[in-house]
Design a protein around this ligand. Sequence first.
Ligand SMILES: Cc1cc2nc3c(=O)[nH]c(=O)nc-3n(C[C@H](O)[C@H](O)[C@H](O)COP(=O)(O)OP(=O)(O)OC[C@H]3O[C@@H](n4cnc5c(N)ncnc54)[C@H](O)[C@@H]3O)c2cc1C
Length: 470
Amino acid sequence: MSQRVVVIGGGLAGIAAAVRLADAGHVPIVLETRRKLGGRATSFPDQRSGRALDNCQHVLMGCCTALLSLYERLGVSDRIEWHERLYWFREDGGCDLLKPGLLPAPLHTAGGFLRMKLLDRAAKSEIRRAMWRMLRGGHRLRSTWRDQTFGDFLQDQRQSPETTRLFWDTIIISACNLPSSEVAAEHGMQVFQEAFLPSRWAGTMGLPTVPLASLYDPAESIIRDAGGELRLGCSVREICTENRKAVGVMTSDEMVRGDAIVSTVPPDRLAKLLPDEIRSTDRRLQGLDQFEFSPILGVHLHFDAEVMDRPHLILAGRNVHWIFNKGFDEEGRHHLHVVISAADDWMELDEETIVNQVMEEIRRALPGAVDQDPVTVRAIKEKRATFRATPEIEPCRPTSAPGSVGLQGGDIDRLYLGGDWCATGWPATMEGAVRSGYIAAAAINGTDSGIEEVPAGRLAGWLGLSSSHR
Ligand SMILES: Cc1cc2nc3c(=O)[nH]c(=O)nc-3n(C[C@H](O)[C@H](O)[C@H](O)COP(=O)(O)OP(=O)(O)OC[C@H]3O[C@@H](n4cnc5c(N)ncnc54)[C@H](O)[C@@H]3O)c2cc1C
């Protein structure tokens, strides 16, 4: 039976839930505080450069199956450019190219890895040992390490601090927005077991070629065609309940009723939408205060002359992590975007200091930038970019659907939860957000979420990464 479902939040989780609900014949009413869709993965019109800029470069990978299916449904898959080659900048000024060769996964990058001058022989042999452990241990290894950090696992695998700094943390900080010493072991392992090891496609990097916000434009007509509504600039103040059942939400103007409510706002926001006495009786809401956040800094720079010819550079072991080459704008200015993850130390710095430090790193890595100053800059601090995916927070991540047993005979009926912080098995990513939205919609439909994993290649599967090992 068709239900009128109020979706709070128009980030990726809210969009995914609304599109799935619309496709299943329900009527989604999406309420979003901001005047645009996309939440933390969006763009804004920048007055200084006169261009639409992303709040930050967002990277996806072939293993992001739910996100890719959403892009497919929105008809925007052709706006993702795929990169098989990764360029690693070395401290001696050289650059290593890590690209797949002819061997089957998990050996597809072995040739490039062995040629990397960034790492000496001892480091490579340490890395091989830990990779082999993750490969052979398969997905079950994650449960063995559930309460520990990825750093604990690396120590167990006798990885030196230098190998961790140059290799593991270069990947983990970018992927999980936390260093390996803090991130839950299961998420650290997930990066390698689901992206880099199982197949060539799973580890291919995707970058949107258009401003992020424009990827979501088609969502509006999908929602409207289902008889639903997209209300931008509309803040929810409270989730309304009657007899322990969610019946609607209160905005600044009115009550919006629904047969079900899907909240996709971050945990601290959700805490404000429910009175304490309701929160304290729903098992899913007990950990909302436990979530902490890790910041990301993105810096856009425009130059009068070309300063970089490679598509990107990974700055291994540095405190500036990636430089993305965003090409030329209509005025012929060259646009670079620099990303600094786990950027706690940068949050108190002013823009001038940030740009000076970033330019120092750019000039070290890009000879073309040595005599160049940027003509426009824009540093964007996202202080609450992602929740900190530590081992301690994992048990606090709630399931979407209300349980029928619990503190007062069951959770709040008809209230569903989504958002990258919910229990999806993924750290805070676009993929995790979309999965949470699909899971919430499936719980309302009473169907399976339909999320598929990228199958491991035959050899990788045989060695330990097959789906039967999950
Ligand atoms: C700087 C940065 C870089 C990132 N880089 C990557 C990356 O490279 N790859 C990757 O996969 N992920 C990346 N992420 C993470 C990714 O952006 C998020 O995990 C994902 O977008 C979260 O989506 P969401 O829908 O769960 O939450 P959100 O995007 O936070 O959406 C929640 C929405 O709810 C709205 N809202 C809040 N309160 C209310 C209310 N009371 N009423 C109505 N609406 C409300 C908000 O305005 C927001 O639009 C990055 C994040 C940041 C910030």
